[in-house]
Design a protein around this ligand. Structure first.
Ligand code: MN
Length: 152
């Protein structure tokens, strides 16, 4: 179904939805992330210019370490892992909610022997993510908990 038109997008189980393609996390095929898929559950409308995506990081995978002006609100739907938000590394599991404010470094890791699946709400109209410079990384790694966590 076209979620722009209203109605029910039915799950086919296991965090998959009928007619929704399981796509690569990012189009650029970089090496700054590992084993993540993306599904677009709601593409935004004029009345609600937000995208609702479901990302799934396979066990041992991670998202890009990045920051940007736009905001994410995330809810974990499957598995477990840890997340960096700013200078805090926190364990996350099913139904935990994560808010990533503007220009805040963030990264998700499925480092608890399980996948990490989460919904991510984001504005349709948004800026491009920035990746850390060497100087940014040095600053982040000054915190031992962050240094242990980040993958680039
Ligand atoms: Mn992001």
């Amino acid at each position: 179904m076209d979620t722009r038109l209203g109605g029910v997008l039915q799950t086919v189980g296991n965090c998959r939805w009928a007619g929704v393609d399981v796509m690569p996390y990012k189009e650029d095929g970089g090496t700054h992330f590992r084993t993540i898929s993306r599904q677009l559950l709601f593409p935004g409308t004029e009345a609600m210019p937000m995208e609702w995506r479901y990302f799934e990081v396979e066990a041992d995978g991670y998202s890009t370490l990045e920051r940007h002006g736009h905001v994410h609100v995330v809810m974990v739907l499957a598995g477990a892992g840890r997340v960096l938000v700013g200078d805090a590394v926190t364990e996350i599991g099913v139904h935990d909610v994560v808010h990533i404010p503007p220009m805040t470094w963030h990264q998700f890791r499925a480092d608890r022997g399980d996948r990490l699946g989460f919904l991510c709400l984001v504005a349709v109209d948004r800026d491009r993510p920035q990746r850390p410079t060497d100087e940014d990384l040095a600053g982040l790694r000054a915190n031992p908990a962050v240094a242990e966590f980040v993958r680039v």
